[in-house]
Ligand binder design. Structure first.
Ligand SMILES: [Zn+2]
Length: 472
C-alpha cells in the first residue's frame, strides 16, 4: 500500500477513535427526529438533517434526490379470537395494509414455507393465516415475510397474521406489497389482504388454544395509503479526477413507524455520516470518487435504492459505478464481530478475505445472496456489491432480533460498535477507491440470471415484493 494512502488511513482512524460524533448523530436521528418512516415528515426532517451535517463536514457536492412514493399511515387495529374462547390480542397492522372488517377460521401454517402451504392446500382459502414471521432457529434465514405473505394471498387467504419468534411481548412489523403494481390510485398501492404482527407470546397462546377446538378470529383495521415523496441524500468525496469510475457506500436511514429504527438502520446511517466526516478532508487524494448515499424507503421495498440505481443507466451515463458497499446493519451491537457478505461472487469473497488478513483486523466474509436490502437492485444490474454488518447485535436471537419491533432503540447501539464499523468501512473504502483495478467488474444480465438460478432464487427476477411498491 502506498505511503500516502497509509498516512491517510492513519489520520482517518485517529479521527474515528477520538470522536463521539456518530453516537450523537444517532441520538439526534432517533430521539430527536423519530421513526423516519418512508414518505413521512419525519423522514423528510432526517434528510434535511443529513444534508446539513454533510455541508458542515465541508462536502460541497451534496444533493437531495427526490422521488415519488406511496406512503402509509396506521389507524386502529383490533384482533381477537371468537372461538374456541373469546380473547383479544395486541396487534399491529403492517405497512400497506388497508381497511378491513373480517371474520374467519384461523389456519396455522407454522413456518409458512412452501411445503407448509402445500400440505394445507384448500384449507387456506377464505381463512386467516397464522404464520411465523421469521425462521424459528437463531442465525438461520429461510423465507422472507413477503414470500409467506405471497403464498397466503395466492392460496386465497383473507388475512395473514405474523407471530414474532423472539419473546418479549413485541409485535413485529414489515411492509407488504401493492395489490396492483403500477396503478395510480392509493387503492392500487394497498396490500391485497391485511397483514398483522403479533408478539411471540400471543402467537404461542393462540397455538395452545387450538388444542381446545377450531380457531376463529376477527380483524378490524383502519389504515391509509397516500401519495407522497421521499429523498435519497447523495454526497461525493471527489477523487483525483483521473477516472469517471466511482465507489458507492450506502445506508438506508428510514425506519418503521413503531420504532426508533436505531439498529435498523440508524446505526448504519450514522456510520455513513461518519465516513463523510472523516473522508472529506482527503477529497482529491484517491483515484476514485467515493459516493455516499442515504437511501429512503428501504423498509417499504428498497424504493430509494431502486430509484438511485436506475440513474446510472438513464440519467448520468458518464458516471461509472464500480462498486456498491451496503451499510444496512453496520454499527449496531458492541463492535468487533463485523461481517462482509458478498453477493454471489467467489472472487470478491477471496478479495475481502485477503483484506481481513492484510488489515490486521479480523472480520468474517461470506458469500450469500439476499434480495432484501439496498445492495440488491445494484446486484441485479450487475454491479459488484457487498454488505457490511455487525453480527453480534442479533446473536442468539431469531432473524432480525429487535429489528422491526418497538424495541429497536438507541440503547441497543454502542459508541464502540459505531466506531468499529466505521473504521472497517473506511479502510475498505480507501482501498476500493485507490486500487488500480477493482477486484470485480460489472456482470451482464445473463450472468446475473445464472448466479440467481444457481442460488435457487430465479423467481425474484419475476417478482420481487419491493418492486411492486415502486411508482414506475
Ligand atoms: Zn435495514
Amino acid at each position: 500500500m502506498a505511503a500516502a494512502l497509509r498516512e491517510i488511513e492513519r489520520q482517518v482512524l485517529g479521527e474515528i477513535w477520538t470522536s463521539d460524533e456518530p453516537y450523537r448523530n444517532l441520538v439526534h436521528l432517533c430521539d430527536g427526529i423519530g421513526h423516519r418512516f418512508g414518505g413521512s415528515a419525519s423522514e423528510h426532517a432526517a434528510a434535511e438533517f443529513l444534508e446539513r451535517k454533510l455541508r458542515e463536514y465541508g462536502l460541497e457536492q451534496v444533493r437531495l434526490e427526490e422521488f415519488p412514493v406511496y406512503s402509509w399511515e396506521r389507524g386502529e387495529c383490533f384482533f381477537a379470537l371468537s372461538a374456541p374462547v373469546e380473547r383479544s390480542f395486541s396487534a399491529l397492522a403492517m405497512p400497506y395494509s388497508g381497511t378491513a372488517d373480517l371474520e374467519g377460521v384461523i389456519v396455522d401454517v407454522g413456518a409458512g414455507e412452501a411445503e407448509d402451504f402445500g400440505r394445507l392446500g384448500e384449507r387456506v382459502r377464505g381463512a386467516i393465516v397464522l404464520t411465523d414471521a421469521e425462521s424459528d432457529v437463531p442465525g438461520v434465514e429461510r423465507s422472507h415475510r413477503a414470500d409467506k405473505y405471497r403464498r397466503a394471498v395466492e392460496a386465497g387467504a383473507i388475512a395473514c397474521v405474523f407471530t414474532n419468534r423472539n419473546p418479549g411481548m413485541l409485535r413485529i412489523t414489515g411492509a407488504l406489497y401493492a395489490r396492483n403494481p403500477g396503478g395510480d390510485a392509493p387503492l392500487d398501492h394497498t396490500a391485497p389482504i391485511p397483514g398483522l404482527g403479533i408478539s411471540y407470546e400471543a402467537g404461542e397462546m393462540i397455538r395452545r388454544l387450538a388444542g381446545l377446538g377450531e380457531l376463529r378470529g376477527r380483524i378490524r383495521a383502519r389504515n391509509r395509503v397516500f401519495r407522497s415523496h421521499a429523498f435519497n441524500v447523495v454526497a461525493d468525496v471527489p477523487g483525483d479526477g483521473s477516472t469517471h469510475q466511482l465507489v458507492l457506500a450506502g445506508a438506508h436511514y428510514d425506519g418503521h413507524d413503531i420504532a426508533q429504527g436505531a439498529i435498523d438502520n440508524g446505526a448504519g446511517a450514522v456510520v455513513a455520516l461518519e465516513l463523510a466526516r472523516v473522508l472529506a478532508p482527503h477529497a482529491g487524494r484517491f483515484l476514485r470518487t467515493v459516493r455516499l448515499v442515504w437511501f429512503a424507503c428501504e423498509e417499504l421495498g428498497l424504493l430509494g435504492s431502486w430509484y438511485h440505481c436506475d440513474r446510472y443507466e438513464h440519467v448520468d451515463q458518464n458516471e461509472l459505478l464500480g462498486f456498491m458497499l451496503n451499510l444496512d446493519g453496520a454499527g449496531r451491537g458492541q463492535g468487533g464481530s463485523e461481517q462482509v457478505t458478498v453477493t454471489g461472487d467467489p472472487a470478491l469473497a477471496r478479495y475481502f478475505s485477503r483484506l481481513a488478513e492484510q488489515l490486521q483486523y479480523p472480520f468474517t466474509v461470506r458469500d450469500r445472496i439476499s434480495p432484501h436490502s439496498d445492495h440488491f437492485p445494484f446486484f441485479l444490474k450487475g454491479y459488484p456489491t457487498a454488505t457490511l454488518q455487525s453480527r453480534d447485535a442479533t446473536q442468539g436471537m431469531i432473524g432480525r432480533g429487535w429489528g422491526h419491533t418497538e424495541a429497536d432503540t438507541v440503547d441497543k447501539v454502542t459508541q464502540r460498535g459505531l466506531q468499529m464499523s466505521t473504521a472497517l468501512a473506511a479502510r475498505l473504502l480507501l482501498r476500493l477507491a485507490s486500487e488500480e483495478h477493482l477486484p470485480a467488474s460489472r456482470r451482464g444480465s445473463d450472468e446475473v440470471r445464472q448466479v440467481l438460478v444457481e442460488a435457487g432464487l430465479a423467481d425474484v427476477l419475476e417478482h420481487h415484493w419491493g418492486r411492486a411498491n415502486r411508482i414506475a
